[in-house]
Design a protein around this ligand. Structure first.
Ligand code: MN
Ligand code: MN
Length: 461
């Protein structure tokens, strides 16, 4: 009977029951590189900067204004305003035959500063924020925060601001009520317990010497001016993001997991980046996108809906074929994380179709919510293609769905790629505590997602 089951049943296995010692070493090596990237890439801008460094070290050069069609083996990148990155390695086949594109996003939920953020109350200095992306607001209180970003000055220069990353730097916090006085707060729903306007960051307490009002605000502004040469008006044209200050760490006694901020979706961004850096001359041109703005709808010039993507492909085609013709023959892996089954909250998942830690890269045929609304819903043929591709390359994968029917849902960039007439499927790393300030992944799944991305680029058909 076991033989019959083996033959007829789909029986996913724990990854640690199927990999050998050599592959475990490769897994650890890959995860070390990923953790270093994640630690350095705290914002979408830093994720792009770090990726450009790695790409240049691997021989990629900026895509020039006059470049013709991409040549076999040619490695190029295009930095889109410092917030999203497009890379390509020329394939043996012309762009007319399509390309293999992998699209992940490098923005992550965070607290953005308002344009007029600084104020003082009861002789304490604060920065007002407007959160970005889907967060559980209570998770952002009483944790150490860092500030990262830029301030654009009127003279056209840009001050890069990072406070809290260096070991000697001060950090910041959003305070919360003590339980002793939280009787009213604790009666509220978790959605209302901490309100958006209360997510103000404590930045100082020492007043500027002398008489008058707003002395703490003045002292804080004076420190910012000393360090970065900026005034309060310069904050109007700043993009400053408060992000969790936690280091990226191995988790568990067995060190099998990774804890860190922004793994949605830098874990997939790094997987596809590492995979394209491995390419020499693939069959079809390989394209890698690190997109911005996914968490707020893939909007804006650096989001996946932007025509910046069309422009990039147009340059790769170099007039030898139309962009649309190239799109129609292409294949896209929308590389984004999925929800892992959390045994503490099994009620939101349907176990048979939920992703599990250590079961490999998760394929999602569809995402969306309320009857697949907002999903791209990959075709059976495409799922079959990816199954074969991964099986042939020794990639451990699992089929999964984000949560129970009608429990909620989520979206990715998949539908915006499919809108372009590109066959698209979602695949990525299962995550625990997704969108929390400290997210958890399994090393095995991170590594298998990299192998999946590599297999897609190296496909022969
Ligand atoms: Mn995501
Ligand atoms: Mn997300």
């Amino acid at each position: 009977m076991d033989e019959m089951k083996e033959k007829l049943f789909y029986q996913p296995k724990n990854g640690y029951d199927v990999i050998d010692a050599a592959e475990r070493l490769a897994l650890e090596d890959y995860c070390r590189r990923y953790m270093a990237y994640l630690d350095a890439a705290r914002t979408e801008r830093e994720a792009v900067t770090e990726a450009v460094k790695l790409a240049e070290a691997a021989g990629f050069t900026p895509l020039g204004e006059t470049d013709g069609p991409i040549q076999p083996g040619q490695k190029v990148y295009w930095n889109n305003r410092g917030k999203s990155l497009l890379l390509a390695v020329g394939g043996k086949k012309p762009m007319r035959d399509g390309f293999v594109v992998e699209a992940a996003h490098v923005d992550a939920p965070r607290l953005d500063l308002k344009q007029l953020p600084l104020f003082e109350d009861s002789e304490l200095g604060y920065l007002r924020t407007h959160y970005y992306g889907g967060i559980k607001k209570y998770q952002w209180t009483a944790i150490p925060l860092e500030l990262h970003g830029v301030a654009a000055l009127k003279d056209g220069s840009v001050a890069e601001i990072v406070i809290g990353r260096d070991k000697d730097d001060p950090q910041f916090v959003v305070t919360d009520l003590l339980p002793h006085l939280a009787a009213d707060q604790m009666q509220k729903t978790m959605a209302k317990g901490v309100e958006g306007e209360k997510l103000c960051i404590l930045v100082g307490s020492v007043p500027y010497a002398g008489e008058g009002t707003d002395r703490v605000k003045l002292a804080v502004m004076s420190l910012l001016n000393d360090r970065y040469g900026i005034t309060e008006a310069d904050l109007i044209s700043a993009e400053l993001e408060a992000v969790p200050a936690f280091d990226v760490r191995e988790l568990g006694l067995d060190r099998s997991m990774i804890g860190g901020y922004g793994q949605d979706d830098r874990v997939c961004a790094f997987a596809e980046l590492a995979a394209i850096l491995d390419q020499d001359t693939p069959e079809r041109t390989a394209v890698c996108i690190l997109a911005d703005k996914e968490e707020i709808g893939s909007v804006g010039v650096s989001g996946m809906k932007s025509q910046a993507f069309e422009r990039f492909i147009e340059k790769l085609c170099g007039g030898q074929c139309g962009v649309q013709e190239s799109f129609s023959n292409s294949f896209c892996v929308s590389a984004d994380v999925t929800a892992a089954l959390d045994p503490m909250y099994p009620e939101v998942s349907e176990k048979q179709n939920a992703a599990r830690l250590n079961y490999g890269v998760g394929f999602c045929k569809f995402t969306g919510s309320r009857g697949k609304s907002g999903a791209s819903d990959a075709s059976a043929e495409l799922v079959g293609y990816l199954r074969r591709l991964c099986d042939d390359a020794g990639v451990v994968w699992q089929m999964c769905e984000l949560g129970k029917v009608d429990q909620g849902g989520g979206g990715t960039v998949a539908l915006y790629m499919a809108d372009r007439d590109i066959d698209t499927i979602d695949a990525g790393v299962p995550v625990l505590s997704m969108h929390a300030p400290f997210e958890t992944t399994a090393k095995f799944d991170c590594y298998m997602t990299y192998k999946c991305m590599k297999a897609a680029y190296e496909a022969k058909d």
